[in-house]
Write a protein that binds this ligand. Structure first.
Ligand SMILES: Nc1ncnc2c1ncn2[C@@H]1O[C@H](COP(=O)(O)OP(=O)(O)OP(=O)(O)O)[C@@H](O)[C@H]1O
Length: 311
């Protein structure tokens, strides 16, 4: 667990709330912001997602991990309305969200970022931010008809965008094309843009991918600050250092299902998790367990008895 657990109130709150939750797939949480049931997504003969039950604790940082192809991104796409399940239901803040399109999901307070950033490269940084602010909670048809109202709203959107750019240290890049930013700066821009809708929950798909080490700490700091601001964070990540550093809870997917849940330490020592990571490499390509361990942070040594070896 991170050392800061004793100093940051958001961390202490989240960990206290989760301390008696059983370490088992589908575990019930004391105050879930998101509850999903029997979510299935098939692509032809392949069942990419088959999640029986999942709960995400409000105000905590939850990591969703699992080997390549486990269904993490597909599950994100389903929850946020970018894809449709064959079956399944989920509630966010007590309201059913299945079948709701992405912009309405965002209005309900659930936003996401993408593995490959979606910043519009030929728009300036500030315009990317402003776009993130359209369709806000409270914006109505009538507002759009009355110039004084939409001008006021436009001004509020720009003010909020500038505040966020300052917070994410992108204010110096305000007028630059988003396309000129580094990979890490784009990740920051995407996170900042997601906050334009003042969400309750932020879903980050591989926030560390392509980020150079100079920006890593800053990105981690921003994710932690979301929790301190009372937001819920759910993120997909392969970087196990990041998972260990910032997560209050970890959910593991393997072949579309939730196979384990718990605190970072217990999950990473769980034989089922180690198996899933090593098993995922039983695909005909040669993989050295040590290499897998280096990539995933999951120890290379399989359990002494009954564990799979990567032969
Ligand atoms: N649009 C699609 N059409 C067909 N198959 C798909 C589609 N999207 C995903 N899949 C398949 O569904 C499975 C789950 O993929 P998904 O991208 O959700 O996994 P993931 O856990 O996010 O992997 P990664 O960590 O590599 O991003 C994979 O076998 C993938 O090939």
């Amino acid at each position: 667990m991170a050392d800061d657990a004793s100093v940051l109130p958001g961390v202490a709150r989240a960990r206290e709330a989760l301390k008696d939750v059983p370490h088992e797939p589908g575990a019930k949480k004391p105050d879930p912001i998101l509850v999903a049931d029997k979510v299935i997504r098939r692509f032809g003969g392949l069942t990419a997602v088959q999640v029986d039950h999942i709960e995400i604790q409000r105000g905590a940082i939850t990591a969703l991990i699992g080997p390549n192809g486990a269904g993490k991104t597909t599950f994100f796409n389903l929850l946020t309305g970018f894809d449709k399940p064959n079956e399944g239901n989920w509630n966010f803040n007590g309201k059913p969200l299945a079948g709701v399109p992405p912009h309405k999901v965002a209005r309900q307070g659930m936003v996401r970022t993408f593995q490959l950033t979606k910043a519009l490269s030929r728009l300036s940084v500030i315009d990317n931010m402003r776009l993130g602010g359209t369709g806000q909670k409270g914006e109505s048809f009538w507002t759009s008809l009355i110039p004084a109202l939409w001008k006021q709203q436009e001004q509020e959107i720009t003010e909020r965008a500038d505040e966020l750019l300052a917070r994410f240290k992108l204010d110096a890049k305000r007028e630059d094309f988003a396309g000129s930013l580094s990979g890490g700066q784009r990740k920051l821009l995407e996170m900042a843009r997601a906050l334009m809708v003042q969400p309750d929950m932020v879903m980050l798909d591989e926030p560390m991918a392509g980020v150079n080490p100079a920006l890593t700490q800053s990105l981690l700091g921003h994710v932690k600050s979301l929790r301190e601001d009372g937001m819920t964070v759910l993120f997909v990540e392969h970087d196990m250092d990041m998972v260990r550093d910032i997560s209050d809870w970890v959910i593991v997917m393997g072949q579309g299902e939730v196979i384990a849940e718990g605190t970072p330490d217990t999950v990473m020592a769980d034989p089922r998790v180690i198996d899933a990571y090593l098993g995922a490499h039983h695909d005909g390509t040669a993989h050295d367990p040590a290499e897998v361990a280096a990539e995933t942070g999951v120890p290379a040594t399989p359990p002494a008895e009954g564990g799979k070896t990567d032969e």
